[in-house]
Design a protein. Structure first.
Length: 262
């Protein structure tokens, strides 16, 4: 549908939520009573294959940007060396659209080597040829199949348009800046919003799935839940505070109030 192909990279919208509604079997069948949202609970989902396609496009776009910005060695073929070296690697995180569901996000790693003919062989077995590149678009031929992607780059993230949706990938730096890491057990805000409720305090024992924070964003309430049984060790936010995306909401340490911590 046209809504799936709409590219608004970098802006937070409810486009994927609307797509999930329109694509639900109940909506297609016309079963849209007033309790539709509560009954169906349409949830945007990025299929793993779509995320993988976006990661390949992102890795190829990044190597093109790096070469374009290199005034000294940009003329040389990508990954050119006079000796055999391991594959180049780019790693991404595909941030979840849900809030605080506690699920671990597995990094998407793309490893590739350049051929003499300018194509790229991925460690996954695919062969990729870049047939067009610009600062906001890339066209690839992957195992003979042509794919074109619009790409918007914002603050360490790539917003990559696929045939199904825009996939947002966070580039994992090769070298992390000391002090920039989110603390273990730290829950972060997935989008800008305001703190409506804080349902826990420092030292309180919480259970997996328990609602800890309620945020208001895009005129909707979003629940942040405990990812596991544990103890709250830090709550650096307050009710009414406006938060940016990625702000640490609180920190939970696995364990119980008897002092058994992992």
């Amino acid at each position: 549908m046209a809504l799936e192909r709409l590219h608004v990279g970098g802006l937070i919208t409810n486009r994927d939520y609307l797509v999930a509604i329109l694509a639900s079997p109940e909506f297609v069948a016309g079963d849209t009573t007033t309790d539709f949202i509560d009954r169906v609970r349409p949830t945007p989902v990025v299929e793993p294959a779509v995320a993988q396609q976006a990661a390949v496009a992102g890795a190829m776009w990044l190597q093109g940007r790096n070469r374009a910005a290199d005034g000294l060695w940009g003329f040389a073929p990508s990954n050119w060396r006079n000796a055999g070296l391991p594959s180049e690697q780019v790693s991404f995180i595909n941030p979840s659209n849900s809030v605080g569901d506690g699920a671990d996000t597995e990094p998407l790693m793309i490893a590739y080597k350049a051929d003499r003919d300018g194509r790229f062989n991925l460690d996954s077995g695919e062969t990729v040829e870049i047939v067009g590149w610009s600062l906001d678009r890339i066209a690839l031929q992957v195992d003979g199949i042509r794919r074109s992607h619009r790409i918007t780059s914002t603050s360490g993230r790539l917003h990559i348009q696929t045939a199904a949706t825009t996939v947002t990938l966070e580039v994992i730096p090769r070298f992390s800046i000391p002090g920039a890491e989110v603390p273990t057990g730290g829950l972060t805000a997935p989008m800008p919003g305001a703190v409506v409720e804080i349902r826990c305090g420092v030292g309180e024992t919480v259970s997996a799935g328990q609602v800890l924070i309620v945020l208001e964003a895009m005129k909707m309430e979003h629940h942040v839940v405990a990812p596991f049984d544990g103890i709250v060790t830090e709550v650096p936010i307050s009710v009414g505070q406006q938060l940016g995306r990625g702000t640490v909401l609180l920190t939970v340490v696995e364990g119980d109030d008897e002092g058994n911590r992992s």
